[in-house]
Design a protein around this ligand. Structure first.
Ligand code: FPP
Length: 251
């Protein structure tokens, strides 16, 4: 039997996550929808549909647990290389998810934001994102950030271009560019770096997600496929995080 990737290293953990150690920002690589469908002899889109239910459950569970920011890697810059029918189905699913969940988000104080090259998305999708962002703008409990047509390297290159343009125009002194300035030039300028990264389906990769922002983030990988990752699995990840000792390079 392969070792479980999430086996706790310390004594049994309490049933509920320790409120004082709830991560402020959770980021998730939602992986394994295709495998979930294949295991059942279903088309891949059925896995994505079930995965969107997990997204809804995890948004709610994070809000309930006191997480303040949740970033979901919903569509990567590389995902455009998938078959056109799957890309189109994913875009429709995203639009439907936002249309259906917006009233619930308003009720629960969830504020929607998005990062990535949103201009690449179909017009209907962009319209729904804009509507949902506007409608949820007053949410105070949880900021839900969807990474869409997002790539970490693209984001860094965009930031470098912005700074280089400002430097060439004499608006910024290159010597003044430090970590804070650079962070403030990224798509994520308004959000703290993630405290916890969750990746499902057992893969040990960052897949071009938040490359700058994850420098000191705790990583939790579970073999669970994303459609099987719901509230109980999120609580397990939060309990695991609560046991970590974060040193940020110090002793
Ligand atoms: C990875 O599974 C998942 C995606 C590429 C897309 C994630 C999308 C969703 C969970 C549904 C829509 C999102 C929202 C927020 C409503 P995979 O297809 O790479 O799985 P595999 O590696 O098993 O093939």
């Amino acid at each position: 039997m392969p070792p479980t990737l999430t086996a706790p290293l310390a004594p049994p953990v309490p049933a509920d996550p320790d409120a004082s150690k709830v991560p402020r920002h959770v980021a998730v690589i939602m992986d394994g929808n295709g495998r979930w469908a294949r295991e059942r002899g279903l088309p891949r889109i059925k896995g994505h549909e079930e995965g969107s239910k997990s997204a809804g459950a995890v948004v709610q569970a994070c809000a309930d647990a006191g997480v303040q920011y949740l970033t979901l890697y919903a569509f990567s810059a590389e995902n455009w290389r998938r078959p056109a029918a799957e890309v189109s189905a994913l875009m429709k699913l995203l639009e439907r998810f936002l249309r259906e969940k917006t009233p619930e988000m308003i009720k629960n104080g969830v504020r929607l934001r998005a990062i990535g090259h949103l201009a690449d998305l179909p017009a209907a999708c962009r319209k729904q994102i804009a509507l949902s962002m506007e409608a949820t703008g007053n949410g105070q409990a949880l900021t839900l950030i969807l990474a869409l047509s997002y790539g970490g390297r693209n984001e860094i290159i965009d930031a470098v271009r912005r700074l280089a343009t400002q430097a060439a125009a004499g608006e910024i002194n290159p010597a003044e560019i430090d970590e804070a300035v650079f962070s403030g030039t990224l798509d994520t300028a308004d959000y703290p770096d993630p405290d916890l990264l969750i990746r499902t389906s057992g893969e040990m990769r960052l897949s071009n997600f938040l490359l700058w922002q994850l420098s000191y983030t705790e990583i939790y990988v579970t073999r669970k496929l994303w459609p099987d990752f719901r509230e109980a699995e999120l609580h397990e990840a939060l309990r695991d995080y609560a046991q970590r000792s974060r040193r940020f390079g110090a002793i």
